[in-house]
Design a protein around this ligand. Structure first.
Ligand SMILES: [Zn+2]
Length: 156
């Protein structure tokens, strides 16, 4: 069982109903993370991005979250990531949505997941890239756009 994740009290606006018939052990987490993606789309992209699904599940050979530009596009979140601090989790979702943005509106580079445009966009939105080759994580820039916006999400 995955660690219980507290409800997003105080942010009803972003709540998404859990489909009753969804055949996933993580339906509630997927609904919450989908609401986070909508919040990111609204907060950082003026709702300009096409919808992007969220699935909780392990992708083979992948430790972290993964954006796949399928139709529809999907962000895969491995179950162990549900246990990290929520602020870090939402920052990670912003990183994945940035991949979505780059596929839709930016310039991708073959063979390089995190090109200079991607890293610059991370910084512009308040994430400091931590690079290990083409593996990129992030820290949250204090007082940056993400840091300020996250405080408005009013999580309990
Ligand atoms: Zn990435």
């Amino acid at each position: 069982m995955v660690k219980e994740w507290n409800p997003w009290r105080g942010s009803e606006r972003y709540s998404v109903a859990t489909p009753q018939a969804q055949a996933s052990n993580y339906a509630q987490d997927e609904a919450r993370l989908s609401a986070v993606v909508v919040w990111i789309n609204e907060t950082f992209f003026d709702l300009s991005l096409p919808a992007c699904a969220v699935r909780v599940g392990q992708m083979e050979g992948c430790y972290g979250a993964l954006y796949v530009s399928s139709s529809p596009p999907v962000i895969y979140v491995p179950p162990h990531m549900l246990a990290i601090e929520r602020r870090e989790l939402v920052a990670m979702m912003l990183h994945e949505v940035l991949h979505h943005w780059q596929h839709c509106a930016g310039t991708i580079t073959a063979g390089l997941m995190h090109n200079e445009e991607f890293l610059n966009q991370m910084r512009a939105l308040g994430l400091n890239p931590i690079c290990d080759g083409d593996q990129v994580g992030q820290t949250i820039i204090r007082g940056g756009r993400f840091d300020r916006a996250f405080k408005q999400l009013r999580l309990s």
